[in-house]
Design a protein around this ligand. Structure first.
Ligand code: NOJ
Length: 534
C-alpha cells in the first residue's frame, strides 16, 4: 500500500474573503481563486484548504454558517465551486473544505425554529438551551451564554451569533453526515474540522474551576487543556463514523482537526488510525525563536509527525514575520500594544527568521500548511483603524486582545497601490490594505531571486526530490543555538537561531539557503539545506 497523499503534502490555506476578488466588490470570491490557480501551481502546492465560503451573515467571517451546503452569494455559486474544483483537479491540486460542526450561525433556519418554538420544545433540543447559565466564558471573551426573550439561555463557546449544536441530538449527527457526503460527492479531497475538540460538552455542564480567565479565552494560547467542553469521549466514535463515510469514497480523503492541544497522549486518542488523520501542530506555531524550545517541541512531536502538520500561521494568529520580529517573550501572547504597532517590531529580523523557519518547517517529516500570504512574507497589518475592524474577538475583548483582522488583509498581487491587484479596479476592500505593500506583491517578488516567494518556490521544488528519508538529529554541530538534522543519508537541514555565525557540517553542496552564505559559515537566523551525497 502506498502512503496517502496527505502524509507529506504541502497544503495552501486560502481565506476566500481575502484571496482574489474577480468581481471587484472588495471581497474575494471563488472565481478569483480559480483565476489564481496557475500561481498556486507555480508555487508547487499539493492541495488547497478553503476556509468557509458558505452562506453566512459574516459575524465571524464565515465561521458562522447559515447553510452548510451552499455558497454565499458574495463568493459565487455552487456552479463556481464545481468549476473551481474541476480546474484545481486538472492542475493536480486537491481541494479540502472547512467543516464547522461545533456551532452554526444564529441565522441557520434550525436556530430560528428553536427560538420560535420556545422552552421545552424539540426544536430547542438541537441546541444547548438552559434556564440558567454556568460560568463558562466564550473563547472570544465575555460569557458563553446569551439570554433570549422568553428567559432561557443558549450556549455559544464563540460569538453570540454562533449557537453551539447539541451533538447528542440525532438530527445534528445526520445533518453533518449529509454535509460530508454532499461535498464528497462534489469531489473534495477532505475536510478541515473547525474546533474539532469541543463538539461534545460534559453533560452536567459543570462550572470550570477556577473560572476561565482571558488566557483561556485566547484560543491560540490555551492555558487549560481539559476544560469540561473539550475532549469528551463521545468525539472518538463520532470521528470513526465520519472516517467510514470518507472511506466509502474512492481515494484517500483526509480529515484534519483544529485541536489546540500539546498533550501528545491525548492527541493520540484522536489520531488512533480510525478517526481523524491529522491535527495541526499549534504548539510549534506558538514557540518562541529559541533553539532549546524549538528542539523540544519538534522532539515531542516527532512520534506523531505525519499526523500533526506543521504551520507558521493561519487566519487566527499574528503573521509569522511580525511574531518573529517582536520580543520573543511575547510570542505566546502578543499584547494589544504589539498588534496596534505601539511596540517596536523589527520587520527585517522577523522576515529573516520567517525565511529560516520556512526551510526548517519544510524539511521536517510530515505535511506543512502555508497560510496565504506567508509565502510573500506579509507582516501583520498593525494600523487598521478600530472602526474598520471586523473580528468579533476585537468587539468582545476590546482592550485585552485586538483581534485577528491584521492577518486577514486582502492579498497584494500586483501594482503600486491598493487594492494591489486583489481586484482589477479601485475598490474599498473589506479590510484595508497597508499603504506600503507595493514591494510585497506577488508581481514584485516574481523575478526577484532574493524574495520570499522565490525562496518558497525553490524550497517546494527541492523538497520533492531531496527530502523523504528518515529523520535523525545531527549532533556534529554541537552549538546550543543550532538545530541540525538529516533526512536519510543525503540531506541535512541546519538552522542557526543564535547571534553568532557557525561552521557548517561537511557537505557536497548547498541546495538552498535562507540568506546568502559566507563560505562554509552559517550566519545568525539562517537555515540551509545541504546535499550530503553520501
Ligand atoms: C476556529 C477558526 O479558525 C476561527 O477563525 C473561528 O473564529 C473559530 N474556530 C470559531 O469557528
Amino acid at each position: 500500500m502506498t502512503d496517502p497523499w496527505w502524509r507529506d503534502a504541502v497544503v495552501y490555506q486560502v481565506y476566500p474573503r481575502s484571496f482574489a476578488d474577480a468581481n471587484a466588490d472588495g471581497e474575494g470570491d471563488l472565481r478569483g481563486i480559480r483565476a489564481r490557480l496557475p500561481y498556486l501551481k507555480d508555487l508547487g502546492v499539493d492541495a488547497v484548504w478553503l476556509s468557509p465560503f458558505y452562506p453566512s451573515p459574516m459575524a465571524d467571517s464565515g465561521y458562522d454558517v447559515a447553510d452548510y451546503r451552499d455558497v454565499d452569494p458574495r463568493y459565487g455559486t455552487l456552479a463556481d465551486f464545481d468549476d473551481l474544483l474541476a480546474a484545481a483537479t486538472a492542475a493536480d491540486i486537491k481541494v479540502i473544505v472547512d467543516i464547522v460542526p461545533n456551532h452554526c450561525s444564529s441565522a441557520h433556519p434550525w436556530f430560528a425554529e428553536a427560538l420560535a418554538a420556545g422552552p421545552g420544545s424539540p426544536e430547542r433540543e438541537r441546541f444547548i438551551f438552559r434556564d440558567a447559565p454556568n460560568n463558562w466564558q466564550s473563547q472570544f471573551g465575555g460569557p458563553a451564554w446569551t439570554q433570549v426573550a422568553d428567559g432561557q439561555w443558549y450556549l455559544h463557546l464563540f460569538d453570540a451569533a454562533q449557537p453551539d449544536w447539541n451533538w447528542r441530538h440525532p438530527d445534528v449527527v445526520a445533518l453533518f453526515e449529509e454535509t460530508l457526503r454532499f461535498w464528497l460527492d462534489r469531489g473534495v479531497a477532505g475536510f478541515r474540522i473547525d474546533v474539532a475538540d469541543m463538539l461534545f460538552k460534559d453533560e452536567l455542564l459543570p462550572d470550570t474551576t477556577p473560572p476561565d480567565g482571558v488566557a483561556e479565552q485566547l484560543e491560540w494560547t490555551p492555558a487549560k487543556e481539559t476544560p469540561p467542553y473539550k475532549h469528551q469521549k463521545e468525539l472518538f466514535p463520532l470521528y470513526r463514523t465520519w472516517r467510514e463515510i470518507l472511506e466509502s469514497y474512492p481515494g484517500d480523503r483526509v480529515m484534519i482537526g483544529e485541536i489546540w492541544l500539546d498533550d501528545q497522549e491525548l492527541k493520540r486518542e484522536y489520531l488512533a488510525g480510525d478517526g481523524l488523520d491529522q491535527a495541526f501542530n499549534f504548539t510549534f506555531m506558538a514557540t518562541p525563536w529559541d533553539a532549546a524550545d524549538l528542539r523540544a517541541v519538534i522532539g515531542r512531536s516527532l512520534p506523531l509527525a505525519h499526523a500533526q502538520p506543521w504551520a507558521l500561521g493561519n487566519h487566527d494568529v499574528p503573521r509569522a514575520v511580525t511574531r518573529l520580529g517582536i520580543d520573543q517573550a511575547l510570542v505566546r501572547n502578543p499584547t494589544a500594544e504589539v498588534l496596534r504597532g505601539e511596540v517596536e517590531v523589527d520587520r527585517a529580523l522577523g522576515t529573516r527568521r520567517a525565511r529560516a523557519a520556512a526551510l526548517l518547517l519544510l524539511a521536517l517529516p510530515g505535511s506543512t500548511y502555508i497560510y496565504q500570504g506567508d509565502e510573500l512574507g506579509l507582516p501583520e497589518h498593525l494600523t487598521i483603524p478600530d472602526e474598520l475592524r471586523q473580528d468579533p474577538m476585537f468587539i468582545r475583548m476590546g482592550g485585552a486582545f485586538i483581534g485577528r483582522d491584521g492577518c486577514r488583509v486582502p492579498m497584494p498581487w500586483a501594482g503600486r497601490r491598493a487594492p494591489y491587484g486583489f481586484a482589477d479596479r479601485p475598490v474599498d476592500t473589506w479590510l484595508p490594505q497597508p499603504p506600503d505593500w507595493a514591494e510585497l506583491t506577488a508581481e514584485a517578488q516574481q523575478a526577484d531571486p532574493g524574495s520570499m516567494l522565490t525562496l518558497y518556490r525553490q524550497a517546494l521544488r527541492l523538497r520533492r526530490d531531496h527530502i523523504n528519508g528518515a529523520f535523525a538529529w545531527l549532533d556534529t554541530v554541537p552549538d546550543a543555538d543550532v538545530l541540525a538534522f538529516t533526512r536519510g543519508e543525503g540531506f541535512a537541514c541546519v538552522l542557526n537561531v543564535g547571534e553568532q555565525p557557525v561552521t557548517l557540517p561537511a557537505h557536497l553542496r548547498v541546495l538552498l539557503a535562507s540568506e546568502p552564505l559566507d563560505g562554509g559559515v552559517l550566519p545568525p537566523d539562517t537555515a540551509v539545506w545541504l546535499d550530503l551525497a553520501k
